[in-house]
Design a protein around this ligand. Structure first.
Ligand code: HEM
Length: 141
């Protein structure tokens, strides 16, 4: 699914991460809400809990790089739940941009190959989530 080069690039960025805790995703949400303040309304108050969940999800994705297939139904369900949170297709590129900016500022020696690898990974996840959200709208279930 992913090329060996892409996978080793992602793993390399994880080794070069300066913040290997959910402080990384706290930083991400702060950026997201500065860039798009309206999105804050979609979230509950406890952003630390949310930052922990997103951090765990990122670790899960990195660990699953060799075989994403088992995660596909889970990611579609996640997208379906997101539709229920009020998330729209157009929010995904905003999230992607801020997540990449967060990584760029927290990974030593961040470079274009790092960016391409993460764009591919987040794009893959976002496509599945959007598909999951569409399927639920189509069936009305
Ligand atoms: C790569 C894409 C994304 C991933 C991996 C992701 C991951 C997660 C996870 C793991 C949760 C925990 C709750 C659950 O499992 O249902 C969550 C909740 C949530 N996410 Fe995302 N998300 C993504 C995209 C987005 C986008 C684009 C938005 C739009 C602003 C968003 C807004 C939310 C909201 C509002 C919640 C619920 C928070 C709450 O209960 O207070 N997410 N997300």
């Amino acid at each position: 699914m992913f090329s060996p080069e892409m996978k080793s690039q992602i793993v390399s960025t994880v080794f070069r991460l300066r913040t290997k805790t959910s402080a990384l995703t706290v930083d991400f949400y702060n950026r997201l809400f500065r860039a798009a303040p309206d999105l804050r309304l979609l979230f509950r108050d406890d952003m630390q809990a949310q930052a922990d969940k997103l951090y765990d999800m990122i670790l899960t994705l990195v660990q699953a790089l060799d075989d994403m297939q088992p995660l596909v139904p889970e990611l579609e369900m996640l997208g379906c739940r997101h539709a229920g949170y009020g998330v729209k297709d157009e929010h995904y590129p905003i999230l992607t941009e801020q997540l990449i900016a967060t990584l760029a500022d927290n990974v030593d020696g961040w470079n274009d190959r790092d960016r391409e690898a993460w764009e591919e990974l987040i794009g893959f996840v976002a496509d599945l989530m959007i598909t999951g959200a569409r399927d639920v709208q189509a069936t009305g279930s």
